[in-house]
Ligand binder design. Structure first.
Ligand SMILES: [Zn+2]
Length: 86
């Protein structure tokens, strides 16, 4: 007879808290608006809470998976700056 259930609740709570923290950080953090509006990894519309600061500026992603993929090997992906701004 095993009894491991109480820990499952904690494991789902922690990522939720983490995401909330990222959202708050994204609102108040400096770094400027994202230079792109399409995810460099899969081309979807970005959400500003998922972003990485690069030499070219703030690069945004559609989801945390894409952000992690980019962070692992930035040279594999091409960031296309959004057309507005000229
Ligand atoms: Zn993506």
């Amino acid at each position: 007879m095993s009894c491991g259930k109480p820990f499952k609740t904690m494991k789902t709570l922690i990522p939720a808290l983490f995401l909330a923290l990222i959202s708050v950080t994204a609102i108040f953090a400096k770094g400027g608006p994202a230079i792109n509006d399409k995810c460099p990894v899969d081309g979807k519309t970005v959400r500003i809470i998922y972003r990485v600061f690069t030499d070219a500026g703030t690069v945004a992603f559609c989801c945390v998976d894409c952000m992690e993929s980019y962070k692992t090997s930035p040279s594999r992906y091409t960031v296309t700056p959004k057309p507005s701004g000229r």
